[in-house]
Ligand binder design. Sequence first.
Ligand SMILES: Nc1ncnc2c1ncn2[C@@H]1O[C@H](COP(=O)(O)OP(=O)(O)OP(=O)(O)O)[C@@H](O)[C@H]1O
Ligand SMILES: [Mg+2]
Length: 250
Amino acid sequence: MAVLEVRGLVGGYGKTPVVHDVHFQAGLSQVVTIVGPNGAGKSTSLKATFGIAARHAGTVLLDGEDVSDLPSHLLAREGLGYVPQVDNVFPSMSVEENLQLGSLFQRGSSAKRRDEVFGLFPDLARARQRRAGQLSGGQRNMLGMARALMSDPKAMLLDEPTAGLSPANVEVVWSQIRRIAELGTSVVVVEQNVARAVEQADWVYVLVAGRNYLDGSPVTLASVDLGSVFLGATHPAATATTDKGDRSED
Ligand SMILES: Nc1ncnc2c1ncn2[C@@H]1O[C@H](COP(=O)(O)OP(=O)(O)OP(=O)(O)O)[C@@H](O)[C@H]1O
Ligand SMILES: [Mg+2]
C-alpha cells in the first residue's frame, strides 16, 4: 500500500480546473518525482492535493485513509507536509522560530524533534539564530523542508526544492531528500530538471497540459525522449503510454 496515493485529481483556481484526472503515489521510503513543461500543472497538482487550490474531484489516501475532504491544516496534522515553490520561509523570523511554527501540529516534545531535524540539517543548526531572510537560497529551501519535517510527516510534497540553487547546493538538497525518505517520510518532488528527476527518483511522473502523460521507473524513462515530449507539449497526449511495470512499494 502506498503511503500517499492521489487518484483522479481535478483541481485548479476558481471554477475552471487546470489539472484533470491526475494520479501519483509514493510508497514507504520512496522518492517520486513529477516533471513536465512550464504550466503543465505540477504546482497545481501539489496544491490541490494539499487543499490550497480548489479540488473538484479526486481521492487522496494517506496510509490508506481517505483524507480527501480535509483542509490543509488538518492534512498537516494527519501527516502530510507541503513546501511551496516560493515563499517557503518567514524571512523576518529566525531559523529556530521558523521551525517552531512547523511544530504546531506536533505531539510530544518539539525540542527533541527540533534537535533531530537539526541533526539532518547541520548547516541550519549552525545558523539557528539567524533570520531566515539572511540565509542563502539553498539554506532557505532546506529550512522550508526542515519546517515541514518538524511534524514528522508520513509524506511530504516538495515543489522545486532545488530551483535557483548552485550545482553544489542541488547535490546537498537531493541527498537530504534521499535521507528524509530513508528515515520514513515518503517524498513527492516537482523537479524542473528532467535528467535529475529521472536520476534521483524511484518512480517518475510526467505531466503535460494538466494530465498525466506517462509514468515509469527511472530505467524506463531514461529511454524516452522527454525533450521532444516537452517541446510538443501543446499537443494532446494522444500517444501517451503508462508503464504499469513492476512497481515496488518498499
Ligand atoms: N493562482 C493561480 N490562479 C489562476 N491560474 C493559475 C494560478 N497558478 C497557476 N495558474 C495556471 O494554472 C496552470 C498550471 O500552472 P502550474 O503553476 O500548476 O504549472 P507548473 O507545471 O507548476 O509550471 P512551472 O513549471 O512554471 O512551475 C497554468 O496555466 C497557470 O497559468
Ligand atoms: Mg510550478
